[in-house]
Design a protein. Structure first.
Length: 157
């Protein structure tokens, strides 16, 4: 199984980079993991809706180059799944012949509608708002947990 994570922007804090690196290392036991860190489009301090839309479109162009397999955009209007349900979705992808699952985390303004429309499963972590940097760690942990559930590991209780 191949897991791809497309993210807009780079992690700034060392502690978040360390947490991500730890989960990526752990995932190596279960899948081939690829991280695509794409450039965030620079906006003015008070961007207009037109500026935001243009930025999301430019980010979408980058995302499309890497999105493949089962596509899972992370968005507030997405479905909330339990950890076992996410595990089941990843397992089903493999059973259905999709060897790649691609998760996408957009910029602080989200994802372009066209990227959301590409999604096979639109996923939301919570009704709460989290920093995008922290969302990356949380998603990696949940992907790791999903593989632990599939393998009958003790990590998930």
């Amino acid at each position: 199984m191949n897991i791809e994570l497309i993210v807009i922007g780079k992690l700034k804090e060392d502690y978040l980079r360390s947490a991500c690196a730890e989960y990526i290392k752990r995932l190596g036991r279960y899948c081939t993991f690829t991280l695509h860190e794409l450039d965030e489009y620079k906006l003015s301090d008070t961007p207009s809706e037109k500026e935001i839309s243009a930025a999301l479109s430019k980010e979408a162009e980058q995302i499309k180059r890497y999105a493949k397999g089962l596509i899972v955009p992370m968005c507030i209007e997405g479905k909330q799944l339990s950890s076992p349900e996410l595990s089941e979705k990843i397992a089903e992808a493999g059973i259905n012949g999709q060897s790649t699952v691609t998760f996408i985390i957009g910029s602080s303004f989200g994802l372009a509608p066209e990227i959301k429309a590409m999604g096979d499963i639109k996923l939301s972590m919570s009704k709460m708002t989290f920093p995008h940097q922290l969302a990356r760690v949380m998603l990696l942990e949940q992907i790791y947990r999903a593989f632990q559930i599939m393998s009958g590991g003790k990590y998930h209780k």
